[in-house]
Design a protein around this ligand. Sequence first.
Ligand code: DAH
Length: 326
Amino acid sequence: MISIEEVIKEYKDDKKDSLDIDKLEHKYLSRKGYIAELFKGIKDIIPEKKSAYGQKLNELKQDIEEYVAKNKTQEIESNIEIYPINRLDMQSRLGGLSPISRLIFKIQDIFAGLGFSVAVGPELESEKYNFDMLNIPESHPARDVWDTIWVQNPAGIKSLLRTHTSPVQIHYMENNKPPIRIIAPGKVYRYEATDSTHETVFHQVEGLCLDDKASISTFKGVINYFFKELFQQDVKIRLRPSYFPFTEPSFEIDIWLEDKWLEIAGAGMVNRKVLENGGITDPNIQGFAFGFGVERLAMILYGIDDIRLIHSADIRFASQLGKIQL
Ligand code: DAH
């Protein structure tokens, strides 16, 4: 076994030879280093000399630790280059609202002109509001259309991240009496693979209009006005028969743009069952609802070919869209 004297001598030599500081640290201070070895040897020292030996060993250890610490700081300092302040490449740029937020504000403005106010609902929803109250019972095949992100809820309520903004219709009906004219913009969540036209999280705008005369032609008028204001030109619109459990009849709204029809929204006359679920029993109350995706609209408006760019937080993308005037 190596003696303390031998270690001290070797340590002095290593310092003289400027042994690399990490190597030195390892050689003396690591778990299997000399100091650890010497400590292990204490048990073999005769009792009268133990205390003196221990003290000497501790002093040596401390000395090496200080030497290592001092040399490491020097090493760090020599690696720092001090830049004069005028060499720092700092650019200050003001941030801005995302194109989606700006588009939602624009949509709110247009609908405000028609007397619609803005309603909000929770993103963490119950199964009851997201599906059942909208006439989509558990066994209904239409549930498969909305790939759902379920959330564990300790209270035992079946919870999910809302798959659409339609549940806001029910919340609003429960708390307000007709006439009702609202839009409900917000985030929705789908459990599906992303590609250039699908994202897991995106935004929808829901619309609901209920009174004693709101009809399909009222709806057509509203939707015509909306697209005309948004695109700042007349837009040809087509209603195609479709199916949603919460509307009857239901349709798909297509707009004619650059020589083709683009599917842009789902809509319909609110199903009587849904009105009743929302607490509206007056048979004279009727109306329409609609829902569309904001990112999809943004892609059409701004010529974006991949939905994933929109929330990518890529400054090159954001700064291009920042220039667009709505
Ligand atoms: N909630 C539907 C969806 O996410 C869109 C929708 C269709 C909303 C028809 C409506 C409606 O209000 O009447 O796909």
